[in-house]
Design a protein around this ligand. Structure first.
Ligand SMILES: Nc1nc2c(ncn2[C@@H]2O[C@H](COP(=O)(O)OP(=O)(O)OP(=O)(O)O)[C@@H](O)[C@H]2O)c(=O)[nH]1
Ligand SMILES: [Zn+2]
Length: 198
């Protein structure tokens, strides 16, 4: 994402966020003025804007920016797209992979645009279930394909670093539309994302 280079941070957001994070550091019992922490509030303010930059993105614009007329009508699968999101309950990361497929109906999109749509919705405060559906809906609406499939596997830091403290649980969510609602097509997709082809 080329977006949010240093000079793209909005000072109207960065400045008050910096003030708030200084208070957070102090409330946590630290000396916000000690050398190592002096620039931390501003760094965190920028990091949080980076991690939530999906709010400034539009999935339809992303997909339509490279939409091509093409008669290919088999499944297109982009798998193992890494994703970094923040759970909306604790604002802690959840990290994983998305596997996405669609069956074109006259139009294809640039492959990178599929990954960008993942970022568009992942870089927000999220729950994994909604993230899964938002990706599906965006592709369905922009390309009107014969079907879309989205599977996301993720590990939630709020279940690992705190709370229930389970280090190995992985959450899988899925959403299917159109032809992927039929068992045969869905099974082909699931088989192909499980396969080690490259
Ligand atoms: N369904 C869903 N739940 C999530 C997701 N991310 C975090 N959670 C859960 O959100 C729930 C919030 O539950 P609460 O009981 O309100 O919060 P809590 O007291 O911090 O809960 P614990 O994590 O169990 O300590 C927890 O069960 C989290 O595991 C997500 O993407 N989807
Ligand atoms: Zn959480």
């Amino acid at each position: 994402m080329a977006y949010k280079k240093e000079d793209h941070y909005d000072e109207h957001i960065t400045n008050p966020l910096t003030t708030h994070y200084k208070s957070v550091i102090e409330l946590l019992g630290e000396d916000a003025d000690r050398e190592g922490l002096q620039k931390t509030p501003e760094r965190v303010a920028k990091a949080m804007q980076y991690l939530t930059q999906g709010y400034q993105m539009n999935a339809a614009d992303i997909l339509n920016s490279a939409k091509f007329k093409e008669p290919y009508s088999e499944m297109v699968i982009v798998k193992d797209i890494e994703l970094y999101s923040l759970c909306e309950h604790h604002m802690l990361p959840f990290i994983g992979k998305a596997h996405i497929a669609y069956i074109p109906n006259g139009y294809i999109t640039g492959l990178s645009k599929i990954a960008r749509v993942v970022d568009c919705f992942a870089r927000r405060l999220q729950v994994q279930e909604r993230l899964t559906h938002q990706i599906l809906d965006a592709i369905q609406e922009a390309l009107a394909p014969l079907g879309v499939a989205v599977v996301i596997e993720a590990k939630h830091m709020c279940m690992m670093m705190r709370g229930v403290q389970k280090q190995n649980s992985v959450t899988t969510t899925s959403a299917f539309s159109g032809q992927f609602e039929h068992n045969e097509t869905r099974s082909e997709f699931l088989r192909l994302i499980a396969a080690d082809l490259v």
